[in-house]
Write a protein that binds this ligand. Structure first.
Ligand SMILES: CC(C)(COP(=O)(O)OP(=O)(O)OC[C@H]1O[C@@H](n2cnc3c(N)ncnc32)[C@H](O)[C@@H]1OP(=O)(O)O)[C@@H](O)C(=O)NCCC(=O)NCCSC(=O)/C=C/c1ccc(O)cc1
Length: 634
């Protein structure tokens, strides 16, 4: 949507949302954030890296490795980023638009790699080290990286996924006694070697614009298999500003905190918080390579941590083992816990606070598609609304939409949550070559709601040079197929305009697939899920991916995968199976078949046999019916 059109919407209507407690404007059926808007840089030419490095910091330690105690100051961090980006561009020819894969558990290197890659205008795509090489090669085929960073233990998995990818090893060369002539197969150099070498004074860098794509994180969206979500520098800068404003606010003490990072940096929650937002807030981050309850508690004690961002399963295990934990660790410095990534029920919140009465629980809600931003509780008073996902984040708008009719609803009415704001992924963007007039007529483009850069990449560049924002053509998926599209640029779901078009509306609303209501005070309550997604320990498991795998089994004629509720992990995947005639395939055989081919968090942990999978007339699985069937039996 153009800024002109947006201004008209806000200025020209009779919204009195500022006065309303809920933030709801009945003239536009839109909920507005009650928080002060976030300031965004006005220059179009700034990368996320430049933006973060320009933020003030305390001059203290940026990161601490929890296991070794190694500290990285802000100065060391930025000098490492500078060296690495210089060598990536000069020695390895990394350029704007290239994709770099980062396959690693949490480490001090994670933010260095990410910020270096982004400073060059290249895209970073991250991966869960638990993925099998089959799953990894799918992501590699989709994202087409030009090089990859990984650790020694993960090297075999990566080379098995793609033997031709040039690899930079994250391990310390001296520690592993690695000499360039003895690098393992596929490795072109080590990261420590590049960082040790000062940056060259010769710079070969492209100008990075806020509208350039920056990250490519994988999410299942509302339906289907995993898809790459493109976030631009602009949306990541908006995310950083939201986090900085929130954590510098008075309610958080207005002072530097010491955070513990145990959630993975390869997902948006960890990446946004620990490789970007909290770094920009100038605080210290204690990094654990992965979650281990004892190591986490030990790190809080040892480094006098004040703030712990986690997911509900960790909160549950802290509650279950509270007596033992309090007996073994001095946790007096811990003031706050942030829970995100999966719903946190009132019972779990109360159970936790009963065991840790001095600790405050805050909530965060966001999606990969919104760069992790959406809603949060930002004060003690807000966080007392147990069960809420929080109030809309700064500069974010929401609609609650009736699924069947598409009608926008009001306060306390339940429907699908739509979000719009600066951190939301942008729509399908294309440059048309020679078809602009016909396309404009056929697609009935409304000049108030879209801008089009026509005539291919060169003409688009001219438009940009004239100071206009990059062209964005909003269109329907049906119309897309009719046009010879010259260049698809990375936007929305990477190389997947169909999925993008069905998730984003022409006005820039993102359909979250979450069913919720917003109360009279503007608090969002997520009550159900429209999207076909299983959340196991805060990890996304797309049912479509497991169904495709099950259908490849010679004795399975049909299959459906649904979420099965579980107190400790949230949900786990359960499969309904139709066996082929004459087959006596067992439950265990089904589970083993899947377990061998997927990451452990995607394993099917329950199986039931059925004579037919319930489907609607167009063949879509009626998952809700199966969920009802199984939950009625619990
Ligand atoms: C710390 C957790 C909760 C638990 O860790 P774990 O118990 O050690 O298990 P893992 O998840 O690492 O491993 C899964 C399984 O793999 C197993 N595993 C492990 N390594 C191996 C091995 N090498 N061999 C074989 N088996 C193995 C492991 O034992 C386990 O098996 P099982 O016990 O049967 O579940 C972990 O699952 C975790 O970090 N989950 C968080 C995921 C996450 O960050 N999600 C967020 C997505 S982004 C988002 O939603 C946005 C959030 C947001 C938040 C805040 C805001 O303000 C705004 C937005």
């Amino acid at each position: 949507m153009s800024s002109k059109a947006r201004n008209r919407t806000v200025v020209g209507n009779k919204c009195t949302h500022k006065e309303k407690r809920s933030g709801f404007c009945s003239a536009t059926s839109t909920f507005h954030s009650k928080r002060p808007p976030i300031p965004l840089p006005t220059t179009p030419h700034i990368s996320l890296t430049d933006f973060i490095s320009s933020q003030p910091h305390s001059g203290r330690t940026a990161y601490i490795d929890a296991s070794t105690g190694r500290r990285l100051s802000f100065t060391e961090l930025w000098s490492s980023v500078s060296s690495l980006s210089s060598h990536l561009s000069l020695r390895l020819g990394l350029r704007k638009g290239h994709v770099v894969l980062l396959l690693s558990p949490n480490s001090l290197s994670f933010p260095i790699v990410t910020l270096s890659v982004l400073s060059l205008g290249a895209l970073i795509t991250t991966s869960n080290p638990l993925l099998t090489s089959r799953e990894l090669s799918k992501q590699i085929n989709d994202s087409k990286p030009t090089l990859a960073f990984t650790t020694s233990p993960l090297l075999p998995k990566l080379t098995q996924s793609n033997p031709n990818l040039p690899i930079i090893l994250i391990d310390d060369a001296q520690e592993h006694n690695l000499k360039p002539d003895a690098y393992p197969e596929g490795v072109v150099c080590t990261m420590s070697e590049m960082i040790a070498d000062p940056p060259s004074r010769v710079r070969v860098t492209d100008r990075v614009d806020q509208d350039d794509p920056a990250s490519l994180l994988y999410s299942s969206g509302t339906t289907g298999e995993s898809k790459g979500v493109v976030s631009t520098h602009r949306s990541l800068i908006a995310m950083v500003q939201t986090i900085v404003n929130r954590f510098r606010s008075e309610s958080f003490g207005g002072r530097d905190q010491i955070y513990v990072c145990t959630v993975p940096m390869f997902h948006i929650y960890g990446l946004a918080a620990f490789a970007a937002g909290l770094l920009a807030s100038g605080s210290t981050i204690v990094v654990l390579s992965r979650f281990d309850l004892d190591e986490m508690m030990g790190a809080i004690e040892k480094y006098k941590a004040t703030y712990l961002p986690i997911v509900p399963p960790i909160l549950i295990s802290m509650t279950d083992r509270a007596e033992e934990i309090r007996g073994r660790y001095e946790l007096g410095t811990l003031e706050s816990v942030l829970s995100g990534g999966a719903p946190l029920s009132r019972e779990v919140t109360e159970g936790f606070l009963g065991k840790y009465p001095g600790v405050k629980i805050y909530q965060g809600y966001g999606l990969t598609e919104t760069a992790g931003i959406g809603a949060s509780t930002d004060s003690l008073e807000e966080s007392r609304r147990y069960g809420t996902a929080g109030r809309l984040s700064a500069s974010m708008e929401a609609r609650v939409v009736e699924v069947e009719t598409g009608r926008a609803l009001g306060v306390n009415q339940t429907g699908e949550l739509w979000l719009r704001g600066p951190s939301v992924m942008k729509g399908v963007e294309m440059w048309l070559d020679g078809y602009e007039e016909a396309a404009a007529n056929a697609l009935q483009v409304d000049v108030n709601t879209c801008r089009v850069a026509v005539g291919g990449a060169e003409a688009a560049a001219d438009v940009l040079n004239d100071g206009l924002t990059r062209g964005v053509w909003w269109t329907s998926s049906a119309a897309l197929g009719e046009w010879d599209i010259d260049t698809w640029t990375a936007a929305g779901y990477f190389s997947n305009p169909e999925a993008t078009a069905s998730t984003l509306t022409s006005e820039g609303w993102l359909k979250t697939g979450d069913i919720c209501y917003i109360d009279e005070d503007g608090f969002i309550f997520v009550v159900d899920r429209l999207k076909e997604l299983i959340k196991y320990k805060g990890y996304q498991v797309p049912p479509a991916e497991l169904e495709a795998l099950l259908l490849s089994h010679p004795q399975i004629s049909d299959a459906a995968v649904i979420p099965f509720p579980d107190k400790d992990v949230g949900q786990f995947p359960m499969a309904y199976i139709v066996r082929k005639a004459g087959s006596n395939l067992s439950e265990n055989a089904v589970m083993d078949f899947v377990a061998k081919q997927v990451a452990p968090f995607k394993k099917i942990r329950r199986v039931a046999f059925i004579s037919a999978i319930p489907k609607n007339p167009s063949g879509k699985i009626l998952r809700k019916d199966l969920i009802k069937l199984v939950t009625s039996k619990i």
